[in-house]
Ligand binder design. Structure first.
Ligand code: CP
Ligand code: NVA
Length: 338
């Protein structure tokens, strides 16, 4: 059995800081097993439902490959395939799925939906991203930080861009839990909600993490080990392009911004959860680029392809970290205490 057994992961603070660290280390362990071709069938005989209201490349593929690698059967249930949201309530859907599946992953809009799935299904539920949080991404990202710097506590990470989106929220809280100094660099209009800042401050008191919320680029990036950014317009807010382009253009991550960190090369990386708008190759951005006369958005192609960039290592770590989360909460795994 495991102290994680049967628990859901709906947001970072569902676990203790020590438990988050444990999952990061378990992810690294499972990664090394995979690299050595050592079987790790902790989910033999399990059935896992993958609910997606929003699109996904990494999260969907991670849950699918992770489940199969561990001996489970994943079933993709897209929003156009099932009754949820049209003919059936979240409560009824949860009650049905909980009788058939051993666990449920949910990606979608409202945090309340994932909370209700957990409440009514009676099985572990994993949040694969909502409007509010992206907790599984945190385990992957801090695996990547640990692989790069050999440690997590004491690192400084600057999240640049929309300070109110799911990634900013998750970084504020997860970083404060893990003793990472967290800077949110954003225009004032996009500063994080006070409730999220307060949650982070509560954890920072114990972990020693320093929290800085600023619109000043020099202050925001100086001394930072990780410059992290995300799309300027998140899924579900496609009506906000005008507002975001206006507010966020000065906050593009480019080589000038990386220089402002004033860090030695081996102490500085760039990260991005992906997908990224770093060139004109994506169809969504084509119209936007044309309308605003720009060719790059949250990150320049130069930074994206530079020696600092770690976004594809991060993407790979999504799979290993999701294995850790599933194995700990659902798997045949012995974790007596953390
Ligand atoms: N980072 C991430 O969650 O990617 P997807 O939206 O492709 O799943
Ligand atoms: N903030 C982005 C993250 C994508 C992984 C979004 O919600 O679209």
């Amino acid at each position: 059995s495991s102290v994680f057994q049967g628990r859901s992961f709906l947001k970072e603070k569902d676990f203790t800081p020590k438990e988050l660290e444990y999952l990061i280390n378990l992810g690294l362990h499972l990664k090394s097993l995979k690299k050595q071709n050592i079987p790790h069938h902790y989910l033999e005989g399990k059935n896992i439902a993958l609910l997606f209201e929003k699109t996904s490349t990494r999260t969907r593929s991670s849950f699918t490959t992770a489940a199969v690698d561990m001996g489970a059967h994943p079933e993709f249930l897209g929003s156009h395939d099932i009754q949820l949201g049209k003919k059936e309530s979240v409560e009824d859907t949860a009650k049905v799925l909980g009788r058939m599946y051993d666990a449920i992953e949910f990606r979608g809009f409202k945090q309340k939906t994932v909370e209700d799935l957990a409440k009514f299904s009676g099985v572990p539920v994993w949040n694969g991203l909502t409007d509010d949080w992206h907790p599984t991404q945190m385990i992957a990202d801090y695996m990547t930080v640990k692989e790069t710097f050999g440690k997590i506590k004491g690192i400084t990470l600057t999240f640049v861009g929309d300070g109110r989106n799911n990634m900013a929220n998750s970084f504020l809280v997860a970083s404060a839990m893990l003793g990472v100094n967290i800077h949110i660099l954003a225009p004032k209009e996009l500063f994080p909600e006070q409730s999220v800042i307060d949650t982070a401050k509560g954890f920072a008191k114990d972990s020693g993490s320093e929290i800085l919320i600023t619109d000043d680029i020099d202050k925001g990036v100086k001394g930072s080990n990780v410059i992290y950014t995300d799309v300027w317009v998140s899924m579900g807010e496609e009506d906000k392009w005008d507002e975001r382009l206006k507010l966020l253009t000065p906050y593009q991550v480019n080589m000038d911004m990386l220089k402002k960190a004033q860090m030695p090369d081996d102490q500085l990386i760039f990260m991005h959860c992906l997908p990224a708008y770093h060139d004109t190759l994506t169809t969504t951005t084509h119209d936007v680029y044309e309308k605003y006369g720009i060719t790059e958005m949250e990150v320049t192609d130069e930074v994206f392809r530079s020696k600092y960039a770690r976004q594809f290592e991060e993407a790979e770590n999504r799979m290993h970290s999701i294995k850790a989360i599933m194995a700990a909460t659902l798997g045949h795994m012995f974790i007596p205490e953390v």
